[in-house]
Design a protein around this ligand. Structure first.
Ligand code: FEO
Length: 192
């Protein structure tokens, strides 16, 4: 069960779709015959579409959640600043453009599997952290909102920021404002 009422929970709904996409590419990864050029290209094309959707999700969060929070609190960092999605899209596009034969496909496939596994290992916890707040709120209760400043490690900064997004929204916006934010976030995702 979501820790906040559905009408103001801006993360769980869009993340359902993102997790569905993760499940689909994991399934395709396990089933794709990387020796076959048609299968190889079809998988890369589907990855391009999927990661373009991830990028749109990230842009919507930046524009309609993070930016709004930054207007009300100067302690909010951009959690999406490391640009992994762009790097992954470049990897897929390079595969589509440059790989010419079966041997290259198989070599590329190994790199692709590793990069996708790394990405998935980061992306799923990232979403979970944006959504889950109750236990983390307790852990963060003793920390001031500017808690991110002393951390030098970008990963730690990102994790802590993600942890506090939904609670910060609850703190800095009225319930009616949050309902409007949720409507906008959902409408933007539906436009894709
Ligand atoms: Fe909702 Fe930042 O992924």
């Amino acid at each position: 069960m979501a820790p906040f009422p559905d009408e103001v929970d801006v993360f769980t709904g869009p993340h359902w779709r993102m997790k569905q996409l993760v499940g689909l590419y994991c399934e395709k990864l396990s089933k794709t015959n990387f020796s076959n050029n048609k299968d190889f290209r079809s998988f890369l094309q589907s990855l391009c579409a999927t990661f373009t959707e991830f990028k749109m999700h990230e842009q919507i969060e930046n524009e309609y959640i993070i930016c709004l929070l930054q207007q009300r609190s100067n302690t909010v960092y951009n959690v999406h600043s490391d640009n992994k999605l762009s790097e992954m899209l470049s990897l897929f596009q390079r595969g589509l453009r440059n790989i010419k034969n079966e041997c290259e496909q198989l070599n590329y496939a190994q790199q692709l599997k590793e990069r996708l596994e790394d990405f998935t290992q980061d992306f799923l916890p990232h979403m979970k952290e944006e959504e889950e707040v109750r236990a983390q709120c307790n852990a963060l209760a003793t920390l001031p909102l500017g808690v991110t400043a002393p951390f030098q490690c970008l990963d730690m900064i990102e994790d802590v920021c993600a942890l506090v997004f939904q609670p910060m929204l609850m703190e800095y916006f009225t319930y009616e404002e949050l309902k409007d934010i949720k409507k906008t976030v959902m409408a933007q995702h539906c436009r894709q």
